[in-house]
Design a protein around this ligand. Structure first.
Ligand code: ZN
Length: 469
């Protein structure tokens, strides 16, 4: 009896782990190329045990997956900007799958598994980080805020006020297009995807901001790949951002919900039920895309929490200020979901040192609004209104040492409306004169094809012309 029960226990011991990791099938493999890494996502029918290691001369990555069967071709992993040049597969003993990736350069692999969520089942994620030469690697904590002129070698003391305007730094805006890669964000009628719409708006906003002297816009995400939420604010910080703007176009449980909104961070609960729901669904993004080196982040979380409490208040009031300016400008071109900046616990806004806002450009789940969001004219109008709000904020609150601060301090920045609502009797030439512009500049800034103005029409007044250049 004793031996029998011992045997039974042994059998249970052997069988249980096998049951926990029963044979899984790899049904598809997806590849996403980011500027400095490549992500491979294996879609599995169940959980797996795996290991990843590198071999050199020639450079290659070996991925061993226990109890797995490959049911998809891997030919799509090579070519393009991916460092993978060739893929081979084989078996390592019974039921162990081995995948060997030949790479054109040394890469640092990191891997983790993800459990199922609303969009995907079990996944194995292998990130291949490009091994950049050390001199091209961006240094942490070194904001890119160098003056555009080389340092002047002179023994004479320099008076700061005498420095040419060109040596003043730009105000840096980090534009974060939400989602990306395997995280499509909200999906609207007809399959329109949030990640694509918001990237187009982000690129248009970048173009507009870069066209304005004294401002520079940096994209956090430049094409279709996933970035974990915390990494997004890190990227912005490395670019020396004065403001973080995350752009979204989300879904709501009610298809009828419509309108744009702007969010700032809340430490203590969301201001509305919609705010809470959206914060939850945006924060889920990391569950979809994987937060990466989770264990490290956990250690930072406690310290981060303390620092957050200390310095959040100042940047929160700036966030609410810039958010309100963006919102009221958006209100001129699209209906608003809420007239005031809402507050919710968005992970992506938790940057104590950077004012941060999240702009919901509209509800992609609303059939009418999603149609509008897909058009380039509406994308441009949205970008213009966000740009106006940002410009107004920084003209009133220019960072020290910036060109915009210099403009203000030398009286070259007219405090006044940056947008003009046309009244009866006003003409292009009259307004151009009033704002110290040429009529051509005013026409160009507003893409006017003729000089016919309508009463109530909103004109953009470019700031550069007020600098007296
Ligand atoms: Zn979103």
């Amino acid at each position: 009896m004793r031996i029998q029960s011992l045997l039974a226990a042994l059998v249970v011991c052997i069988v249980l782990p096998l049951q926990a990791f029963a044979m899984s099938q790899i049904n598809s493999v997806r590849l996403w190329r980011a500027p400095d890494n490549t992500r491979l996502v294996f879609d599995l029918t169940g959980p797996v045990e795996h290991s990843v290691f590198t071999l050199s001369a020639p450079d290659r990555i070996v991925i061993d997956i226990k109890q797995a069967k490959l049911l998809t071709p891997l030919s799509g992993l090579t070519g393009g900007k991916s460092p993978i040049t060739q893929v081979r597969t084989g078996s390592q003993g019974p039921d162990q799958l081995r995948i060997v990736l030949d790479t054109s350069m040394q890469v640092n692999p990191k891997s983790f598994t993800l459990t199922p969520n609303q969009q995907y089942g079990h996944r194995l994620v292998v990130d291949l980080f490009d091994n950049l030469p050390s001199n091209t690697q961006p240094t942490a904590n070194t904001p890119v805020r160098q003056p555009t002129n080389p340092p002047i070698a002179s023994s004479k003391p320099l008076k700061l006020s005498r420095l040419p305007a060109s040596s003043k730094r730009d105000v840096v805006i980090a534009i974060d297009a939400g989602h990306g890669g395997e995280d499509p964000g909200a999906i609207g009628p007809g399959g329109i995807r949030e990640k694509n719409v918001v990237l187009m708006i982000a690129k248009e906003l970048q173009r507009q901001i870069n066209a304005e002297k004294g401002f520079r816009a940096e994209l956090v995400r430049t094409s279709d790949y996933f970035i974990p939420l915390r990494r997004r604010t890190e990227i912005a910080r490395k670019k020396g951002a004065d403001l973080f703007v995350s752009i979204h176009a989300d879904a709501a449980p009610r298809a009828a919900a419509f309108g744009a909104s702007v969010y700032a961070l809340s430490d203590s609960g969301a201001t509305s039920e919609t705010a809470r729901w959206l914060a939850d669904s945006e924060n889920r993004s990391d569950l979809i895309g994987g937060a990466g080196n989770v264990s490290l982040d956990d250690k930072d979380a406690m310290l981060a929490g303390v620092l957050l409490d200390l310095s959040m208040t100042a940047s929160l009031s700036s966030s609410l200020d810039v958010g309100q300016k963006v919102l009221s400008n958006m209100g001129r071109i699209t209906p608003l979901h809420k007239k005031r900046v809402e507050q919710a616990g968005f992970m992506v806004l938790k940057s104590p040192d950077m004012p941060s806002i999240l702009v919901e450009t509209g509800f992609i789940s609303n059939p009418g609004e999603s149609k509008k969001l897909a058009t380039s004219s509406h994308q441009q109008a949205l970008a213009r209104s966000i740009h106006s709000g940002i410009r107004q904020f920084f003209q009133q609150n220019p960072p020290p040492g910036s060109y915009v601060a210099w403009l203000r301090d030398s009286g070259k920045l007219a405090i006044g409306p940056r947008e003009h609502v046309v009244r009866s009797g006003e003409s292009v030439s009259l307004l151009a004169q009033r704002y110290q512009l040429s009529p051509a500049q005013l026409r160009q800034a507003n893409k006017l094809k003729s000089d016919a103005l309508k009463v109530g029409q909103i004109l953009q007044v470019p700031a550069t012309t007020l600098a007296g250049q």
